[in-house]
Design a protein around this ligand. Structure first.
Ligand SMILES: *Cc1c(COP(=O)(O)O)cnc(C)c1O
Length: 333
């Protein structure tokens, strides 16, 4: 893979750390050694995985002459926060379309990411009901803005197209180089699986580099079968873009859906436990919607003996901690 052929803005200046979390591993019985890839520490307002994808997506927007970015997400979207953050940095206007997936949950006074939308000067927020055609809504807004003389560019939800997923192909390469330099042999990688660009990109990179490291996705909304098809399709398309010969074997995409709970963004006991445990043993903050549920999955898999004794497991920390402040009652209760 020669990723240097794709335009990017250079938002990711250096590799994010890979850290051992021995106290956390010990709290889970000490039979598995857990390591964390700290993508929560990526640049961009309050960090997180969308920066790697936007590095490529915003470059494409600028190549196409855009002066305005439109994107969409849930009411506490980290993706919207980071897209706005990079748009601000580039001097581009940014408009958000927010999907109220849980009825009555949008409030302009809310804390967390929503507060940061206001602080960074979002140009407009359009709130639409759960289940809306988000691309259709963004296209409507783009037409209106174009009518006002603007040049809008739409970044799809989660920046999960092949352009954005290329950021996580790069993350897989970066991770393998780091592990080599550290002399650390990882047996298994665990990643959150949402709009799928992260999971698909990591799988494409790990297969493309012939790493032999299996990757498991922990779902945050969809069922296993549905999510695996979405991830595999995007991984195949991304593999074609970046030149991975032979495509992506279907077995390389594995998802677990037991940790979603009642639905996307709705708290679960195991998420609360995982967030509290990592914070209190290692001082690392997860989030309630993605990394907290993904870590709840890893915790359960470790306890169930899913990983062989003595194995080294790498968790991809995708960020999201600003959302914690919109869930205070969940953690205090
Ligand atoms: C968006 C997001 C994810 C999921 O990544 P996808 O590429 O959408 O699957 C995970 N964690 C955080 C904090 C996110 O914001």
């Amino acid at each position: 893979m020669n990723l240097a052929q794709f335009p990017r803005r250079g938002y990711v200046k250096e590799a994010t750390p890979i850290e051992a979390v021995p106290a956390f591993s010990k709290a889970l019985g000490g039979k598995v050694n857990i390591f964390i890839k700290r993508d929560d520490l990526l640049p961009g307002c309050a960090g997180g995985n969308k920066t790697r994808k936007l590095d490529f997506c915003i470059a494409d927007a600028l190549d196409k002459g855009a002066d305005t970015i439109i994107t969409c997400g849930a009411v506490q979207s980290n993706h919207c926060r980071l897209t706005l953050s990079w748009a601000v940095k580039e001097g581009l206007d940014c408009h958000l379309v927010l999907e109220e997936r849980v009825k009555g949950t949008y409030s302009p006074e809310a804390s967390g990411n929503n507060f940061l939308f206001q602080l960074m000067g979002v140009k407009s927020i359009t709130v639409v009901p759960g289940g809306s055609d988000m691309m259709g809504e963004m296209e409507k807004l783009a037409a209106t803005l174009a009518g006002q003389g603007k040049k809008p560019y739409i970044v799809p939800g989660g920046a999960s197209n092949t352009i954005g997923a290329t950021g996580y192909v790069s993350c897989a390469q970066e991770t393998l180089e780091q592990l080599f330099a550290m002399g650390l042999n990882i047996d298994h990688m665990v990643v959150p699986s949402g709009s799928a660009g992260t999971h698909a990109g990591v799988v494409t990179g790990m297969v493309g580099c012939n790493s032999g490291i299996p990757v498991s996705g922990i779902n945050v909304s969809r069922t296993k079968d549905v999510q695996e098809e979405i991830v595999h399709k995007l991984a195949e398309e991304t593999a074609e873009r970046v030149g991975v010969k032979g495509g992506i074997p279907r077995e390389a995409v594995e998802c677990f859906d037991s940790y979603v709970g009642p639905g996307y963004s709705l708290p679960t006991e195991s998420m609360v436990e995982a967030v509290k445990l990592l914070a209190s043993t290692e001082g690392i903050l997860l989030d309630p919607v993605y990394s907290g549920k993904a870590m709840a999955g890893l915790v359960d898999l470790v306890r169930k003996g899913h990983f062989a004794e003595g194995s080294n497991v790498l968790f991809l920390h995708t960020g999201g901690s600003p959302a914690l402040y919109a869930y205070l009652d969940t953690f205090r209760g």
